[in-house]
Design a protein around this ligand. Structure first.
Ligand SMILES: Cc1cc2nc3c(=O)[nH]c(=O)nc-3n(C[C@H](O)[C@H](O)[C@H](O)COP(=O)(O)OP(=O)(O)OC[C@H]3O[C@@H](n4cnc5c(N)ncnc54)[C@H](O)[C@@H]3O)c2cc1C
Length: 382
């Protein structure tokens, strides 16, 4: 297997650029919404065959084990070419969790299929009354003989209708403090008793779903880690999630559109615009540096502490600032739905704007991230 870290940064970047330019489907460049599995599976196969599907996984499990500098270079090249994010929660979230907390059998059973695209994952954390206050979740898993029986409802489950498996939190003990009675399960979505209903978002896309569990019987091997210790796993997974969504990838995506439109409109001759452009560009540079630091930390196998909330806030709010400016430079076309043509440059301004709106909600809202920083990093009085 190739050791990508042994390449010089320049050679690696060139290789990435050439690969994306020659192999990525042109019709999927710069799509400003979550890509669906049927659109991405061919691209997934190409990445898999090249050994590039899991930049963050160790080489032992078929990942690239990329060092931070190359990880950022890879993301930058993806953005430059407008490569969309595949339905990758298996790679970015549950894969690392199975490596850390799973049994040897779970590792062998799930990791290779997650890499190859045989298993597509979705995240069943949120419930109608348990979002920010996740520990209040009510979905239950009761042990009956050699099975757990799951009942309850999840909501906002991204791309559940594309997934083959869900990783979820369920209450396994109601007698203890709420965090102490939660366990982490992995469930095949074909199991009888599961119903998935898509929800249409503001931009008109069916990006997330409700998932109902009605007497869903799963084997004991669906439990990851120890019974009632799911809260620690949930927190570890949220750190991986915040690292992933804190990557400069999406704001960079929007910045490239912004630059193209600004060039087409001659705005780089306008000092007022250049001032505002420079501010968001520098915010993005800061983000790339911050992200690189956390990637290195994760690669050294160090736990990601509450400081990761800073990355989530900075990434998401920078992204929103870029898309705000994008709508402005679109002028009257900036508020028109659908793809607009500005002096030969195509951009879907409004969709970019919409797509960035929920970013300060999912993965833990900005208010909650600020609470975490206040309490656990700055140690401010509560
Ligand atoms: C696009 C999108 C995709 C998502 N995908 C998934 C997914 O795949 N799987 C999944 O499990 N979930 C998913 N979610 C759900 C997401 O995690 C929740 O929306 C989020 O945790 C907030 O919970 P909530 O919606 O219940 O809002 P609430 O918790 O009801 O919060 C409402 C408002 O109150 C504020 N608030 C709440 N508590 C406090 C507090 N203590 N201090 C200060 N302010 C507070 C919040 O910041 C927010 O502004 C997704 C959400 C979105 C928007």
């Amino acid at each position: 297997m190739t050791d990508w870290n042994a390449m010089s940064d320049e050679d690696f970047r060139r290789e990435a650029r050439e690969f994306f330019e020659s192999e990525y489907p042109p019709a999927l460049r710069y799509i400003l919404r979550r890509a669906r599995w049927h659109e991405m599976k061919e691209w997934w196969r190409k990445l898999y065959e090249k050994g590039w599907i899991a930049p963050n996984w160790p080489r032992e499990w078929g990942g690239m084990g990329l060092e931070a500098g190359k990880m950022v270079a890879l993301l930058e090249e993806m953005e430059r070419h407008g490569v969309a994010r595949a339905p990758d929660q298996g790679i970015t979230q549950v894969g690392p969790i199975i490596m850390q907390f799973g049994t040897e059998e779970q590792k062998r059973r799930y990791l290779p299929g997650t890499l190859s695209g045989e298993f597509i994952w979705c995240q069943g954390y949120s419930e109608p009354n348990a979002g920010s206050d996740l520990a209040s979740l009510q979905t239950s898993a009761i042990r009956v003989d050699d099975e757990f029986v799951i009942n309850g409802q999840k909501i906002w489950t991204s791309l559940a209708d594309d997934a083959t498996h869900i990783y979820l939190l369920a209450r396994t003990d109601r007698q203890v403090k709420k965090q102490a009675g939660i366990s982490f399960f992995i469930v095949n979505l074909q199991t009888p008793g599961i119903t998935i209903r898509p929800i249409r978002n503001l931009a008109g896309h069916e990006e997330f779903c409700q998932v109902f569990f009605d007497e869903v019987r799963v084997p004991l091997s669906a439990l990851v880690g120890q019974l009632n210790e799911g809260w620690n796993i949930a927190k570890a997974l949220l750190s991986f999630e915040r690292l992933n969504i804190g990557s400069p990838r999406r704001p960079q995506y929007a910045l490239h559109r912004l630059e193209a439109v600004a060039r087409a409109r001659g705005l780089f001759a306008d000092p007022g615009f250049v001032d505002r452009y420079a501010a968001v560009k520098l915010d993005l540079e800061d983000l790339a540096a911050l992200y690189g630091g956390f990637v290195e930390q994760a690669k050294r196998g160090e736990a990601l502490g509450p400081e990761i909330s800073m990355l989530k806030i900075w990434a998401m709010e920078t992204w929103q600032r870029v898309t705000d400016l994008l709508v402005e430079v679109g002028e009257e076309q900036g508020v028109m739905p659908g793809v607009q043509d500005v002096a030969g440059v195509k951009a879907d301004f409004l969709n970019a704007f919409y797509y960035a709106r929920p970013a300060t909600i999912y993965g833990g809202s900005s208010e909650i991230q600020r609470n975490i920083l206040a309490k656990y990093v700055l140690r401010l009085p509560g």
